[in-house]
Design a protein around this ligand. Structure first.
Ligand code: 5RP
Length: 223
């Protein structure tokens, strides 16, 4: 059973007629967007989508899901998105797919957030997954040095051809290889104040519901 597909389809059940829905990014969110597209086409589901990346925008447009930008809506009713790690206390790391900036903006203006993951993403402590930090290219080498000095083990994310990966906003991603984040709130606060950091992948106190795909027990939902 494809667990990503399982939770993607399950999460689409939370989408109701008339909602403004934040559409997340990644290989799990992909299945949720496909299912919403199917419901729009086959069931006449009437929603407005707000996408969190160019990739999701392209997918949603191909499925004829009506879209608005985050600046054209007053709020988002529900955002459904993937995650890279979720700790015991429901804090998350996102941005493995480099879409963390728009994901955090759309999430911030959402009344409710659901994360959809397979069980491998559920962890005791955050940090085994490298923490993505989106930075402005100008001055990024200085930031890289600063991260190094603070023992944050930075690695600039590259494309397959060896160039710095560019986000949808034409920024770089520096991944912090931390192994274990002792105090996510403190680290987030520090990153928030560094000049040149656009956003980071610590999504703290944001999620309302997690839908987990498991091999043995099927879908588990935690509120
Ligand atoms: C993209 C994200 C994704 O939601 C996250 O990386 C999970 O992706 P996947 O479902 O492909 O494992 O944060 O920026």
């Amino acid at each position: 059973m494809n667990l990503k597909k399982l939770v993607g389809i399950e999460s689409a059940n939370y989408v109701k007629d008339g909602m403004i829905v934040g559409l997340g990014t990644g290989s799990t969110a992909y299945y949720m967007v496909e299912e919403i597209g199917r419901r729009v086409k086959e069931e006449g589901l009437n929603i407005t989508g707000v996408t969190t990346s160019k990739a999701t925008q392209v997918q949603a447009l191909a499925l004829d899901i009506p879209l608005k930008s985050i600046d054209e809506v007053d709020y988002v009713d529900l955002t459904i998105d993937g995650a890279d790690e979720i700790s015991d206390d429901f804090q998350g790391i996102k941005g493995g797919g480099a879409a963390l900036l728009f994901e955090k903006i759309v999430g911030t203006y959402s009344k409710e957030i659901i994360w959809i993951v397979d069980e491998s993403k559920m962890v005791k402590h955050l940090g085994a997954f490298p923490l993505p930090v989106e930075v402005i290219p100008y001055g990024s080498a200085q930031l890289f040095k600063l991260f190094n000095e603070n023992k944050l083990n930075p690695i600039l994310r590259l494309t397959d051809d060896g160039n710095p990966l560019l986000t949808d906003s034409k920024n770089y991603i520096i991944d912090l290889h931390l192994e274990k984040i002792e105090n996510p709130i403190e680290l987030a606060a520090w990153l928030d104040t560094q000049v040149g950091v656009v956003e980071h992948g610590l999504f703290l106190n944001m999620v309302n519901r997690v839908i987990i795909g498991t091999q043995n027990d099927g879908v588990k939902t935690i509120d």
